[in-house]
Write a protein that binds this ligand. Structure first.
Ligand SMILES: Nc1ncnc2c1ncn2[C@@H]1O[C@H](COP(=O)(O)OP(=O)(O)OP(=O)(O)O)[C@@H](O)[C@H]1O
Length: 290
């Protein structure tokens, strides 16, 4: 069964002057990682909020069209039940921290407490995720004293600990340095390997190329393309939506423009390395291959 289906969905915020989503039709299949890309204000977070039921349950406005989550109409879902069923890492980690817990350890455990998980299992799950994300040094700190990057990691840890089978992650690395971003993507890779269904909003297109199975491209509230990452990340629609190509894709296009196309257009570094080394082997004079 489809995990999510949207048919002709529109949404205008209560105080919005134009639709944040406009005639969006989309299907999300289970077990895949969907990357959502688009310029600022193109509707990515709003799309996540609809799928998570924050719209219309908490953010008010005019929702039109049909939204089904796990086969059931969004309006029939109890918001509390939906929040247990879908993990959501917000874009702004300041929104996510509860403010009611004194330590990071308790903060990460809060979601499990709400799910009614027993104490021993709770400690076990929190300890595991703390280790996975390298948060040992923070567990006794007050969540309110953390930096933006630290909060983002703690928010992420809380959701991973809840172990939902469907997770929405809105720009998890916006406050993180490159090393911490790598660590977070390492966790996303593990979630993928565990068969989780994931919707990920992320501006870093090279990371998307590495991790996403399918890509949703948004422009001015509309979905302008949805398809396999390999097709979308080399498409005209991507650049028409103002989204850059992956670095290696850009380089391959430059080579093609210079009359030296590679056999196919890579989207990841590993693919680019293979294509370039194949080209060097084929060329009679290695130095003129590229
Ligand atoms: N609470 C709100 N009330 C009114 N308008 C809003 C609200 N939240 C978002 N919007 C508007 O809805 C549109 C889509 O915003 P949204 O945050 O979904 O875009 P986005 O693609 O996630 O942007 P970003 O990459 O900057 O996070 C924008 O025009 C934005 O100003």
């Amino acid at each position: 069964m489809e995990l999510v289906s949207l048919r002709n969905v529109g949404f205008t915020y209560a105080y919005g002057d134009k639709p944040a989503l406009n005639d969006v039709s989309l299907t999300i299949e289970p077990g895949l990682l969907y990357g959502v890309v688009g310029l600022n204000a193109s509707g990515k977070s709003t799309l996540c909020s609809v799928v998570r039921g924050i719209i219309p349950h908490f953010h008010h406005g005019e929702l039109t069209g049909e939204v089904k989550i796990k086969g059931r109409d969004l309006l029939e879902w109890d918001p509390a039940e939906l929040s247990k069923s879908i993990g959501y890492v917000f874009q702004n980690p300041f929104t996510q921290i509860s403010g009611v817990k004194d330590t990071v350890f308790e903060e990460i455990a809060l979601g499990l407490e709400n799910l009614g998980v027993d104490r021993e299992e709770m400690i076990d799950r929190v300890t595991t995720v703390v280790r996975e994300l390298g948060l040992e040094a923070l567990i006794r700190k007050n969540p309110n004293e953390l930096s933006g990057g630290q909060r983002q990691k703690v928010a992420f840890a809380s959701i991973i600990a809840m172990d939902a089978d469907f997770i929405i992650i809105d720009e998890p690395t916006s406050q993180l340095d490159p090393d911490a971003s790598e660590a977070v993507f390492g966790i996303i890779r593990k979630l993928k390997e565990r068969g989780k269904s994931i919707i990920l909003v992320e501006h870093k297109i090279d990371l998307m190329a590495e991790y996403a199975d399918r890509i949703i491209v948004m422009k001015a509230g509309r979905v302008v393309m949805e398809g396999p990452a390999r097709e979308v990340l080399v498409s005209d629609e991507l650049s028409q939506a103002g989204v850059p190509y992956p670095e290696v894709t850009e380089l391959a296009f430059a080579l093609a423009n210079a009359g030296k196309p590679l056999r196919s257009v890579p989207i990841t570094r590993a693919e680019a390395r293979e294509l370039v080394s194949a080209r060097i082997k084929e060329a009679p004079h290695a130095h003129s291959a590229l």
